[in-house]
Design a protein around this ligand. Structure first.
Ligand code: F6R
Length: 608
């Protein structure tokens, strides 16, 4: 989704804006632009395409003079990707410049009203309405102008605004789209996400909904939508700035796959105390945990797949009933939620619009909510009743890997903790589970070391049209994630099926040479999966099997086998996903795809 940056200080703004926009590239975009106040008027440069175009147009920002500016990477929603639809947008006089992340839902009636008053539009965007509205309400007091406009807009927005008659200030606003503010001794910053400012500051303020900030070179004042001044506390960010750099890897995705052992370890470590699982941040007594009637896992994309895995684990280990819902369905379905239910929302970014809306829906209905979130201080982290962080560090690649693995770890811990408190797992079972959890980082490391073998295999499939994944039970959940990893970055059509469903329709799609990736890590389902493999082989499929290292007889039926080390059957997804991620990555690489920034996708889906 769109990325916003802003800087006011003693340094030249444009190079800082370009640098910040570079850190937000992962969010996905199709055009970029900047506005800088040059001492007399607001200068603007914007262009369709990659940031490189903007860098070339401005010689790395050098030709855009001035120390106050805003910048933007656009992910098109209203109006095709083009120069004219790129941000910033202006009022007609060129005295007000705006960058926007979000969607103004009532922009059509607003546009009609403005047109009736004589305003003319040069783009197809909803954002241009904001620039003209600001102009319409401008009576010389920017704070009053902005809050008036906020009262008239419906939808989601994070805005960065320059007024040429207030050249010593930047204004920014947030409603339902993320925005942070930072400061150091040389100026103040705004950004859609922390990595954009990490190089400059660790002191960050998270804007809440309907808040406005007014930034000078050495001050920042926060206000409510009613113009009342607010006091906000800075949060210190501990992420390593290098974590948001590629560090010698060809892609962020590869680097982040290699960071998985650490992400898993960091998520596990703080929750193991003297060989016991302790999740202090839950603030729940044993009685409260015992009183939970039902769990709802609500999320989108890969986080939803983590929720799918969790269903098998919570039901198996803790004997708790679990619903798993796509957040976009949950929020509009009028789900049955009852006292005693716990809604667990899972999100890397903590800003996904549907997941956030689902969380709010649950809260409105008086249901206790728990967020499993990676980004500290994100909207979900702040709004959920309870938060359990996944300590994966910043994830830049659009396709999630390490955050997903950290989500699995958080969910294992939670399930084991609930199982212990509810008495469905005994001390000795928990003790051996903890040992197995502790082994996972090293086991993942071993699997990652196998990358060359997987690359060779992947190279044979760069021309594939369809690839199917199948598994049963928990292996079905990982098949879904393996399939998503492959399709989103390689653009090869792929589906995941519960293997038992094959005969109910899907098997008709299997023909000579079709690749079927079969995951079979569950001993109780092994024979069934074995038969399913034979069935697709009979129809000409080429079978890649991912299974436990002791299942050597699989070589009788599968064409290619990737083994995973022995672990607890509940934890196998953490291992099986590694070869599948590598497979997706190397197929995409072989095809020459833009692995970190797949077409049409955004890292943080902050609009519906
Ligand atoms: C796929 C992927 C997406 C996200 C989904 C939810 O690789 O990354 O499917 O998992 O958009 O995002 P978060 O976890 O930020 O809520």
């Amino acid at each position: 989704m769109c990325g916003i940056v802003g800087y006011i200080g003693v340094e030249q703004a444009a190079p800082i804006l370009l640098d910040g926009l570079g850190k937000l590239e992962y969010r996905g975009y199709d055009s970029a632009g900047m506005s800088v106040f040059d001492g007399e008027k607001i200068q603007m440069v914007k262009a369709k395409g990659r940031l490189k175009v903007l860098e070339e147009l401005t010689h790395g920002g050098k030709t855009l003079k001035g120390t106050v500016g805003i910048g933007h990477t656009r992910w098109a929603t209203h109006g095709e990707p083009s120069d004219k639809n790129s941000h910033p947008h202006f009022n007609e006089k060129g005295t007000i410049s705006v960058v926007h992340n979000g969607i103004i839902e009532n922009y059509i009636p607003l546009k009609k009203k403005l047109e009736a008053k004589g305003y003319s539009f040069t783009s197809d965007t909803d954002t241009e309405v904001i620039a003209h509205l600001l102009d319409y309400y401008d009576r010389g007091n920017p704070l009053e102008t902005i809050t008036k406009v906020m009262h008239r807009m419906e939808g989601s927005y994070a805005l960065g605004i320059l007024f040429s008659h207030y050249p010593e200030e930047i204004f920014a606003v947030r409603k339902d789209s993320p925005l942070i503010v930072g400061e150091n001794s040389k100026g103040c910053f705004i950004a859609s996400d922390v990595p954009a400012v990490l190089k400059y500051t660790r002191q960050v303020y998270f804007m809440n909904n309907e808040e406005v900030v007014r930034l000078g070179r050495d001050y920042m004042h926060f206000y409510t939508v009613d113009e009342e001044e607010l006091t906000k506390e800075a949060v210190t960010i501990h992420w390593d700035a290098d974590a948001a750099e590629k560090g010698g890897y060809e892609h962020f995705m590869l680097k982040e796959m290699y960071e998985q052992p650490k992400a898993i370890k960091d998520t596990l470590g703080p929750r193991i105390k003297e060989d016991e699982i302790v999740i202090e941040e839950l603030h729940m007594s044993r009685e409260e945990i015992k009183a939970i009637k039902r769990l709802h896992m609500v999320a989108c994309g890969s986080a939803y797949h983590a929720g799918m895995t969790a269903k098998y684990i919570f039901e198996g280990m803790a004997r708790m009933p679990v619903n798993v819902d796509l957040a976009s369905e949950f929020r509009y379905r009028n789900p049955i939620l009852e006292k005693g239910d716990l809604v667990i929302v899972i999100s890397q970014s903590g800003e996904t619009a549907d997941t956030l809306a689902a969380l709010r829906e649950a809260k409105e209905r008086g249901i206790v909510t728990l967020g499993i979130v990676n980004v500290v201080g994100s909207s979900i982290a702040r709004e959920a009743d309870k938060v359990m962080y996944t300590w994966a560090g910043p994830e830049i690649s659009v396709a999630t890997t390490k955050a997903y693995s950290a989500q699995l770890m958080a969910l294992y811990l939670l399930a084991a903790y609930f199982a212990h408190e509810r008495g469905s797992l005994q001390e000795d079972q928990i003790a051996s589970l903890i040992q197995e959890l502790k082994m996972l980082p090293d086991q993942v490391e071993v699997l990652l070391a196998n990358k060359e073998k997987i690359q060779k295999f992947a190279n044979r499939y760069i021309g594939a049209k369809d690839i199917f994944f199948m598994g049963r039970g928990i292996d079905y959940a990982i098949s879904m994630e393996g399939s998503l990893k492959l399709k989103e970055i390689s653009y090869i059509h792929s589906e995941a099926y519960a293997a038992g469903e094959l005969k109910h329709g899907t098997i008709s799609l299997v023909e000579e040479g079709t690749l079927v990736a079969a995951v079979l890590t569950q001993e109780n389902l092994y024979k069934k999966m074995f038969s399913n493999i034979v069935e697709v082989k009979t129809r000409g499929a080429f079978v890649l099997a991912v299974t436990n290292e002791e299942n050597k007889d699989i070589e009788k039926v599968a064409d290619y086998v990737l083994y995973i080390p022995k672990t607890n059957p509940y934890l196998t997804n953490s291992l099986a996903i590694i070869p599948l991620q590598l497979f997706g990555y190397y197929v995409a690489l072989g095809k020459g795809c833009d692995v970190d920034k797949p077409r049409n996708l955004a890292k943080s889906v902050t609009v519906e």
